[in-house]
Ligand binder design. Structure first.
Ligand code: HEC
Length: 118
C-alpha cells in the first residue's frame, strides 16, 4: 500500500511541467534526465563564461555563477527571458531557447543551487 502511494507521487511529480524538487535531492529518474540535459546545454552554451555547476569560479569574472542564480532570479522570470532571448543588458550572445531546453536548463539550475546563506 505504501509502495503504491509512493509510486503515485513519483508519477505525479514527473508529469508536472515545472516541478520543484526539494533542494539537493533528486525525485526520480525523469527529472534527473531533464537536469542532465540542462547541464549539457549549460556546458555547451554557457560554461565559456559562467561557472555552471556546483563548484568553481566563472571564466569571465563578471558572469555570475549559476549556483546562486535562482536566489536572485525567480525561475519563472528566467524561463521567460530564456525563451524570449535574454534581454538583460550584458555582453552575452543572443539565445533562443525552446520551452523544452529551457525546462531542462532550469532543472539543472535547481539542482546546483546552493542553500541560501543565512
Ligand atoms: C560570452 C560570455 C557569456 C556566455 C556564453 C553566457 N553568458 Fe550569461 N552573462 C555573461 C556576463 C558577463 C554576465 C553579467 C553581465 C552584467 O552583469 O552586466 C552574464 C549574466 C547572465 C545572467 C544575469 C544574471 C544576473 O544576476 O542578472 C543570466 C541569467 C545569464 N547570464 C544566463 C546565461 C545562460 C543561461 C547562458 C547560456 C545559455 C549564458 N548566460 C551564457 C556572459 C555570458
Amino acid at each position: 500500500m505504501f509502495r503504491f502511494a509512493l509510486a503515485a507521487v513519483m508519477l505525479t511529480l514527473s508529469a508536472c511541467a515545472a516541478p520543484e524538487p526539494p533542494r539537493g535531492q533528486s525525485v526520480g529518474a525523469e527529472l534527473d534526465a531533464l537536469a542532465a540535459d540542462g547541464r549539457a546545454i549549460a556546458e555547451a552554451q554557457c560554461a565559456r563564461c559562467h561557472a555552471v555547476g556546483e563548484y568553481g569560479e566563472s571564466p569571465v569574472p563578471a558572469a555570475p555563477v549559476f549556483r546562486t542564480l535562482l536566489s536572485r532570479y525567480r525561475a519563472e522570470v528566467l524561463e521567460e527571458e530564456l525563451i524570449n532571448g535574454i534581454r538583460v543588458a550584458h555582453p552575452m550572445p543572443e539565445f533562443q531557447f525552446n520551452p523544452q531546453s529551457t525546462d531542462a536548463l532550469i532543472m539543472h539550475l535547481r539542482y546546483v543551487q546552493e542553500p541560501p546563506s543565512e
